[in-house]
Design a protein around this ligand. Structure first.
Ligand SMILES: [Fe+2]
Ligand SMILES: [Fe+2]
Ligand SMILES: [Fe+2]
Length: 409
């Protein structure tokens, strides 16, 4: 979603990995894991620049995003089994003298699948390019790529169907219908854990937003409880807090990190995130309430919000809570262009917005009545997220201090 240049890359690499894996008689369960790895392989490329770099054939710095992806995935049970595959997805075949067993077989398949996709010029006819790509890839057997995987590529890429199916890989998941589904226990507890995993992906792209979703989540859950939501709804609100900005994954990090106010043109690039949140979450058919809460978090009750310009009657109570929690958290936390605000000033601004008919009055008065508690709830949750953020970068090489956010003055 972040750029047309990257669009469809993961789906095509999933298709290529699957096709190569199948040609190598990979067992069905392993094929499922291969498709999962390929679908997530560049998850550690956090900025648009990182993502574009991951698409350059000769780029030397590939190990960094692969390492980052590994660290994101290894602690989350559903994805931990593929974290190692992703860690080594740019490792050259002949460059593993220390611990060759450490490199999973699937990494070699994924490596070649990824490089095939970056060699293709999708503005040209694919069949016309197949020979050039084969000429470039095949001599790299035994050096950059595994001879066994190259053999599979050689046998498959002679067929037109190999290239033509690649083109439709972004439109359907037909090839993957034949592989076993990966079992996932989507109990509420696991959804909470999954949403925390997603929140890290959203927030860890900048030290200033590193704890934003955690703060929103805690304040929203606390407010939901005060409003009288059931225990189950309060947990949903916590999840909504973690996921509300998921659409920001489609906004270039460079804009999220920008030290200073956004220009109108830049704001137009940030605004779609609320819409993208809806697109990303809408497959969660069993949780329609949650999807609405998240995607309406920038709606304002007088119809001046975005992207749907809903009015007070149309915005569900959960989204009204989330909006207040989002603004409160944003005001009291440091941003690249300003320090966090004092609590009294933050409450004053929120009350003004409520008086102007933008925010729900009842929720704002609940917040104002116990503002110190709201601050405590927010900071407490953010402290935990901050410790996880520091822990995350502790394991990564120095060069990962990539943060482009300057300190606020
Ligand atoms: Fe990559
Ligand atoms: Fe890639
Ligand atoms: Fe947002």
């Amino acid at each position: 979603m972040v750029s047309p240049v990257i669009m469809g890359h993961h789906q095509r690499v999933a298709y290529l990995s699957y096709t190569l894996g199948r040609a190598m008689d990979t067992p069905p369960e392993q094929l499922s894991l291969l498709v999962l790895s390929a679908s997530l392989h560049d998850i550690g490329a956090m900025s648009l620049l990182d993502r574009q770099r991951a698409l350059e054939f000769e780029e030397r710095n590939h190990y960094l995003h692969a390492e980052m992806g590994y660290h994101h995935l290894k602690d989350f049970p559903l994805f931990s089994s593929v974290s190692n595959v992703i860690r080594f997805h740019h490792h050259p075949w002949n460059h593993t003298p220390d611990a060759p067993d450490e490199i999973p077989h699937a990494s070699h398949i994924l490596h070649l699948a990824d490089r095939i996709d970056v060699l293709i010029d999708y503005s040209r006819n694919l069949l016309e390019q197949s020979r050039e790509i084969r000429d470039k890839i095949l001599p790299l057997a035994g050096t950059i790529f595994s001879p066994e995987v190259i053999h599979a590529f050689h046998s498959q890429s002679g067929k037109e169907s190999f290239w033509l199916e690649l083109l439709s890989a972004t439109q359907n998941d037909q090839p993957f219908q034949n592989i076993p589904e990966i079992y996932a226990d989507w109990s509420l507890l696991n959804i909470v854990e999954f949403s925390w995993f997603m929140a890290r992906l959203i927030d860890f792209r900048c030290s200033f937003t590193a704890t934003h979703s955690s703060g929103v989540s805690a304040v929203a859950e606390w407010l939901a409880n005060l409003v009288g939501f059931s225990q189950n709804e309060c947990q949903m609100m916590m999840i909504a807090g973690f996921l509300h900005d998921i659409g920001k994954l489609g906004v270039p990090t460079e804009l999220i990190n920008k030290p200073g106010k956004l220009t109108d043109a830049e704001f137009n690039q940030v605004k779609p995130h609320a819409y993208l949140t809806r697109q990303i979450l809408s497959p969660l058919k069993n949780l329609p309430g949650l999807v609405d809460w998240c995607s309406f978090h920038h709606e304002r009750l007088d119809g001046s919000g975005y992207p749907y310009h809903l009015n007070a009657q149309q915005v569900p109570l959960g989204a009204k809570i989330l909006a207040v929690a989002d603004i409160f958290t944003a005001l009291i936390e440091d941003r690249p262009y300003r320090k966090g605000m004092q609590i009294d000033r933050a409450i004053q601004i929120i009350q003004e917005q409520s008086r102007s008919g933008l925010l729900d009055q009842r929720i704002v008065s609940l917040l104002s009545e116990d503002a110190e508690m709201a601050r405590y709830v927010c900071l407490n949750s953010q402290q935990y997220a901050q410790s996880r953020y520091s822990e995350f970068f502790k394991h990564l090489p120095e060069s990962f201090a990539f943060d482009t956010c300057p300190l606020p003055h």
